[in-house]
Design a protein around this ligand. Structure first.
Ligand code: GLU
Ligand code: MG
Length: 440
């Protein structure tokens, strides 16, 4: 370890200790979308920065129910990886006094990057964009449904977006807002959402890896504050098997020379030609991207028409039923609406960037815009894959995502998708929802 890293470790350790931190939780998100952790005493931070913290590579083939599958390049009980915390993101957890959190990158014992590390994948795609002179800003919206341990709604049926629901949970929402901001998260909005006991928080756009890190931290903070109120938060795509679920909409804009490519051009809604090509690449890849962004069978219970989940492969300006919603104005961006909370945020973002760059390379153009609910049109645009198996087929046929992910990660993701499809085969929507409700 070079002197600079050693000095940074020492500084981070004293900064955290001054905040009363005694332990650090390192997190990685697996291919099933579950955030997993190894925690260490703070006094071991210098050692963790020097040698990493051990973790089995078998987590690359874990499923959402903690059962384990196998894949061509990774699996089984052998081997070890080293988790290296990103000290720049290390922050005391406001709702878990004494604990700090940091996202981690995974390396092999010989110090080479682990080819299945999803966070390094997101970084590679960010660098791939940068090599073309493009930078990206991204943010995930987080939706969650709150319940008491006995399953009842703590907002007691308060109306969607209702001041009443906001009032009933006033102290909870204040503590949550305070905790998020104390951790350096730039909250844009926090409000009651549509479904019973559902809320949403959005944070400002950042670079892709930072945006994925932030969504892990936002969710951990929601978990922490909820626990202090004796409540449980569900980020699962489908809470009940039917009805409105939890999305994890991804907002993305691409920039060149400090200019936002999503505005100021001559295309539809002032899109630049390059911005349009980026979005056309994303739109074209959406069926395959679902395997990263709405990865499990539960996601397809949510991804149905007329519930604002974006079930159709189309784009539209401010159209909340389009899988790709163009948001114009001073912070023009595109919102990928079909993604959900079971996604690994690093995979979904990296894959979306790869697809966008493929669109730029091909100088792709967008098809005609769709306005209104596509379900009500005489000839609707194509539906996105209606099952995890159909999405897996699209993913299996995607040369763009295969090349971007690299064989080991691509095959591990495919193995996990196949195994989760088998796990939930022939199960009712209610049963799938029940099995996944409290997992993510
Ligand atoms: N809860 C909806 C979903 O499943 C999204 C509602 C909204 O547009 O914010 O994605
Ligand atoms: Mg929402």
């Amino acid at each position: 370890m070079d002197e600079e890293a050693a000095a940074q470790a020492r500084l981070t350790r004293s900064r955290l200790a001054a905040d009363g931190v005694v332990g650090l939780a390192l997190s990685v998100v697996d291919n099933a979308g579950i955030a997993r952790t190894k925690t260490i005493p703070l006094r071991r931070l210098d050692e963790a920065v020097r040698h990493g913290v051990g973790m089995s590579p078998v987590f690359d083939v874990f499923l959402a129910d903690d059962s384990i599958t196998d894949s061509r390049y990774v699996g089984g009980p052998d081997g070890d990886l080293r988790l290296f915390p990103d000290l720049e993101r290390a922050v005391p957890l406001a709702a878990q006094p004494g604990w700090a959190w940091a996202p981690a990158d995974r390396y092999a014992q010989d110090g080479t990057p682990h080819p299945c590390c999803q966070r390094l994948f997101a970084r590679r795609m960010t660098e791939r964009a940068r090599a073309r002179g493009l930078s990206l800003l991204a943010a995930y919206e987080v939706e969650w449904i709150l319940r008491r341990p006995d399953g009842t709604d703590p907002a007691e049926g308060g109306p969607a977006y209702g001041l009443r629901r906001f009032t009933d949970l006033s102290d909870y929402l204040r503590d949550l807002l305070q905790a998020l901001e104390a951790q350096g998260l730039d909250v844009q909005q926090i409000h009651p959402e549509y479904a019973a006991g559902q809320f949403e928080v959005s944070v400002a756009a950042e670079g892709p890896v930072a945006a994925a890190d932030s969504t892990v931290l936002v969710r951990q903070t929601i978990r922490g504050v909820s626990a202090r109120y004796g409540l449980r938060a569900s980020f699962a795509p489908s809470f009940a098997g039917d009805g409105v679920g939890n999305g994890a909409h991804l907002h993305l804009s691409a920039w060149r020379d400090g200019g936002n490519l999503m505005t100021g051009g001559r295309g539809p809604y002032r899109l630049t030609a390059e911005g349009e090509s980026f979005l056309a690449g994303v739109l074209d890849a959406l069926p395959a991207l679902l395997a990263l962004g709405a990865p499990g069978p539960a996601g397809h219970l949510r991804l149905v028409p007329s519930q604002w989940a974006g079930a159709y492969q189309c784009w539209g300006s401010e159209n909340r039923e389009a899988a790709l919603r163009l948001v114009s104005g001073h912070s023009a961006n595109a919102e990928v609406k079909c993604f959900d909370g079971a996604a690994n945020p690093y995979l979904a973002l990296g894959g979306t960037i790869a697809a966008g760059l493929a669109g730029v390379d091909a100088a792709a153009t967008l098809p005609a815009e769709v306005s209104g609910d596509p379900a009500l049109l005489p000839s609707p645009p194509p539906r996105l894959p209606e099952s995890a198996a159909d999405a897996l087929d699209a993913f299996s046929g995607s040369t763009v995502l295969r090349e971007a992910l690299g064989e080991p990660l691509y095959e591990a993701v495919r193995a996990v998708r196949r195994a989760e499809i088998a796990l939930f085969a022939d199960q009712s929507p209610a049963r799938i929802a029940e099995a996944t409700r409290w997992r993510y």
